[in-house]
Design a protein around this ligand. Structure first.
Ligand code: SF4
Length: 458
């Protein structure tokens, strides 16, 4: 006999417990085990008034945002709808079946108000990193760093050729004000921009990753033991900002979590002379980073490796048995010979090179040979020596761990374009995405099903 769907008839009373309908293996249940809002509540107390109508609990807002970043729901309007319909989302956000889901406009109000004043999202991220540390997921021996481009919410229709004369205006948007504030506070942040977005001027135009777009970079510093993200920092998408952000993140992780690695792994972008000097001399960290070297020259001619450095005599010995020195005469007024690029030029003499049989493979088109040596060359040599070790080969493999996290961010978490504008908007989004990645790592490696669950009706 064919069954028939009964007419819809609502029950008068339900005996329904939300807790019983979320399986132990559900991702949100696993993540929930590692969330602790006690510290955050204490921190936020001073940002809320003791009188007036109670505001929406920030824990609820954070839980809702975590659901959105966990399942790649990028629109806050859609997120509120999804939470309304989905039992597991309701359970995670502690919203009972009969309760109203907050309106999507609440996010915007809180984000630009108390959340930023209290640096709430940074605190949530740090709390999760601390949890990773307590669970033994951080070894602190080797860190890896890298950056990935994320498209800014800036249309090409609002692109103009730089520089732009920004005049104070009452109609100035928040990202523009934020950009001008950054320039006022830190003149070093000024950069030459050939193309500027009038919507989000802090975003950087880049055309080397396909069709030209405006981008921000998300910079990760990870512990290579279990790929836990220790810190994340937003920057405009250009190399110098990315390298500086790594310095900032290393300092911050040391200050907040007392972790200082013995080695840092990175790609060639981090192999500038000044960065290597900072790592080796200032921090005592071994740079497992390829040296950025633009002095290779033509392969058929002698390279720098054919010249022997004699540190005691401050000179190079060339394959022809002669020397390259910084000065070949005495100056009455002493000179350092250091150029604006922080290099010292070592030169042979025309007299020696003219007589040399090797001139055709050394300096065929110039009177004599020159070698530019960085004032940080000793640190570059440390990195070169490390690059010949077996440990370095392992580090080259470990470097891919950051790229795996970026692939997860873009493909699984659906995070390939920012929704918020300005550098602080980018920072908020990067922090939430990194928080979810760490929570998923905790759930994957440390989740234990609760054996004494207390069942209460929703
Ligand atoms: S050409 Fe000059 S620098 Fe080169 S090997 Fe001969 S003497 Fe030395």
């Amino acid at each position: 006999m064919m069954g028939q769907l009964p007419e819809q008839q609502n029950e008068l009373f339900y005996d329904f417990c939300l807790e019983n309908h979320i399986p132990d293996g559900h991702l949100l249940r696993q993540i929930d085990q590692f969330l602790d809002f006690e510290q955050i509540r204490l921190h936020l107390t001073s940002f809320y008034s003791h009188t007036g109508r109670p505001s929406i609990d920030p824990e609820l807002m954070i839980r809702m945002l975590l659901v959105g970043y966990c399942y790649g729901i990028r629109s806050e309007r859609r997120l509120c709808e999804e939470i309304h319909f989905n039992l597991a989302y309701r359970w995670f956000c502690r919203i009972g079946l009969e309760e109203e889901v907050p309106d999507h406009s609440t996010f915007s109000k809180n984000r630009h108000g108390r959340f930023r004043d209290a640096d709430l999202l940074r605190m949530v991220f740090d709390t999760v990193v601390q949890r990773c540390s307590e669970q033994g997921l951080i070894k602190g021996e080797g860190f890896a760093t890298d950056a990935s481009y994320i498209r800014a919410d800036a249309s090409k229709q609002r692109l103009v050729d730089g520089p732009v004369d920004w005049r104070p205006s009452p109609t100035q948007t928040r990202p523009v004000k934020e950009y001008l504030d950054v320039l006022d506070e830190d003149p070093a942040a000024r950069r030459t921009q050939k193309k500027v977005s009038l919507t989000d001027p802090m975003a950087q135009w880049a055309g080397d990753k396909g069709p030209g777009q405006f981008y921000y970079s998300t910079n990760y510093l990870i512990d290579i033991e279990h790929n836990v993200i220790l810190d994340v920092e937003p920057t405009p998408a250009y190399r110098i900002a990315e390298v500086n952000s790594t310095k900032l993140m290393l300092e911050r992780v040391e200050e907040r979590f007392a972790y200082k690695p013995s080695r840092l792994i990175g790609d060639t972008a981090y192999g500038s002379a000044s960065m290597l000097e900072w790592l080796v001399k200032d921090k005592g960290i071994a740079p497992h980073i390829p040296v950025m070297d633009k002095s290779a020259g033509k392969p058929e001619l002698f390279g720098r490796s054919n010249f022997t450095w004699e540190a005691d005599n401050d000179r190079y010995r060339c394959p022809g048995g002669n020397y390259l020195q910084r000065f070949w005469r005495h100056y009455t007024k002493p000179r350092t010979g250091i150029t604006k690029a922080n290099t010292i030029i070592y030169k042979s003499t025309k007299r020696h090179c003219d007589r040399c049989e090797l001139k055709s493979v050394c300096c065929p088109n110039v009177p004599h040979r020159k070698i530019a040596r960085s004032i940080y060359e000793t640190s570059r040599d440390v990195a070169r020596d490390i690059s010949k070790t077996v440990e370095y080969q392992q580090s080259c493999n470990d470097r891919k761990k950051v790229e795996v996290l970026f692939a997860h961010l873009k493909r699984i978490l659906n995070f390939d374009r920012l929704r918020l504008r300005g550098i602080t908007g980018a920072g908020d989004e990067f922090l939430m995405a990194a928080t979810i990645q760490n929570l998923k790592k905790l759930a994957q490696l440390r989740f234990k099903p609760p054996d004494n669950r207390i069942i209460t009706p929703a």
